[in-house]
Structure formats: structure tokens, C-alpha cells
Ligand binder design. Structure first.
Ligand SMILES: [Zn+2]
Length: 244
């Protein structure tokens, strides 16, 4: 397995990673540079999208079904930009995600199918500096994803119907949270262009944004600075939580 560069030097990439988020484009804003670095190092990355983003624009002339289909196409194209081709769509309603047992079971199923070493997800705690990070779907998805990692996916007595479906228990070693107080910075300088292209693939969301690349460069640059990376570097930040 190859290595990825962090603020504290190189670390071995995990063999398999699963990313669980609420909406199409959440991955690409928060962690596409890291995904590109991981796949480049030989890590197999899969995505789990809780909704298809059908509440993601104000243009009511387009049906929710049409928008969901468009956003799935956009997310699939964005994933291809960073070396990912396995996407699991859970089909929960955009804007109404609830961290209930049904969502926990759906995410635990995907964890048992993909068997990741690391799960990357959003944070379940509101961020009072950036309200958009604290969309209720993000908080609910993160709450359910954390419960799916521990204890649901690893506990053979959790959701016995998953065992009946043939999905054996699986223990995840680490969780990397986006939007929480960070303790690891991934250097994405070399994969930044892929992150930009992944975000451009979400045309319904980003085509109208002024200077998308400049804004991303500014965010990733200040993140790198916060993580103590050398000047000129770009980073994405995570809270790494041991789960094994
Ligand atoms: Zn979102």
C-alpha cells in the first residue's frame, strides 16, 4: 500500500475506505482531495450517499425526480475524477434525513458490504461558525454513521436481518470526521486539481459560483496553515477517532 502526506509526515494509506455523507457534492467540498490522494496510493474507496440531493435547488420547474437523477449523474462523474467508481445510494429524502434505526441499518449494510478500514463522514456536532456545515441532514447522517460503525456493523446481534442477507459483521478501525475540531491535515497539493474538477462536475450546484477554484484554494490554503504545513501547501482537515 502506498503512502499519503499529512501535516506530520507520510502515513500508510488504508486498504479500503468508505465515505458516508448526506448529499451529492458534500464529499467533493470536504474531502475530494483526500479521496484522490487515497486512490492514488492504491486505497479502494467507495461512497455511500444517504440522499440524492433532490432538494438542492430553487428552480421548481424541474421535478424532484429529475433533479435527483441529474445529481446522481453529476456525483458519479465527480467520483470518476478522483478514482472512485463504487457508489451506494440509500435514497432517503433530501432535507428530511432522520438518524433512526432504518438509516443505521442501511449504513451498517454498506459497511458490511464494503468492509472498510476507515470510514470518513461528517460531524454530528453543530459548527457555530459555519451554519451550512450544520445542515440537519449532515448532523443526522453523521449520527447514524457513527452508530453504524459502532456498534451496528461489528455486532452480530445488531440488525439480525443483515446476517440473514449474508452480510457478516465488520469492525472499522478509524473514523475521519470532516467539520469537527481537526487533529490531522492531509496534504492535497498534488491532488487539488482533481478536487476542482470533481466540484465542477456538480454543475447544478457550482456552475454559477464565482471563482470556484480561487475559493477552494483559499480554504485549503488556510487549512494547511492551521495544520502547520509549509507555506504554499493545500490541505483538508479531519478529526481522526480510533474505532478499533
Ligand atoms: Zn450537504
Amino acid at each position: 500500500m502506498g503512502e499519503i502526506l499529512t501535516g506530520e509526515g507520510k502515513i500508510s494509506a488504508p486498504e479500503r475506505a468508505l465515505i458516508v455523507v448526506a448529499h451529492p457534492d458534500d464529499i467533493d467540498f470536504g474531502m475530494a482531495g483526500t479521496v484522490a490522494a487515497l486512490t492514488h496510493a492504491g486505497c479502494e474507496v467507495a461512497y455511500c450517499l444517504v440522499t440524492s440531493g433532490e432538494a438542492g435547488d430553487d428552480d421548481l420547474s424541474r421535478s424532484a425526480e429529475e433533479l435527483a437523477a441529474l445529481r446522481q449523474v453529476e456525483q458519479t462523474a465527480a467520483a470518476a475524477q478522483v478514482g472512485v467508481s463504487e457508489l451506494h445510494w440509500l435514497g432517503h429524502p433530501d432535507g428530511m434525513v432522520v438518524a433512526d434505526l432504518s438509516l443505521r441499518r442501511d449504513i451498517a449494510r454498506v459497511i458490511r458490504i464494503t468492509r472498510p478500514d476507515v470510514v470518513l463522514c461528517q460531524t454530528s456536532i453543530p459548527n457555530w461558525d459555519h451554519i451550512y456545515i450544520s445542515h440537519p441532514d449532515h448532523l443526522a447522517t453523521a449520527t447514524a454513521a457513527l452508530a453504524a460503525v459502532y456498534p451496528d456493523a461489528r455486532n452480530p446481534r445488531a440488525f439480525p436481518d443483515l446476517l440473514d442477507e449474508g452480510h457478516k459483521p465488520h469492525g472499522v478501525s478509524e473514523i475521519w470526521l470532516v467539520g469537527a475540531e481537526p487533529n490531522r491535515w492531509i496534504d492535497i497539493t498534488d491532488s487539488f486539481d482533481h478536487k476542482v474538477e470533481a466540484l465542477r462536475a456538480h454543475r447544478s450546484q457550482t456552475a454559477e459560483m464565482d471563482d470556484l477554484e480561487g475559493r477552494l484554494r483559499e480554504w485549503c490554503s488556510s487549512s494547511a496553515e492551521a495544520g502547520g504545513l509549509p507555506p504554499g501547501r493545500l490541505a483538508e482537515a479531519f478529526r481522526v477517532v480510533a474505532a478499533g
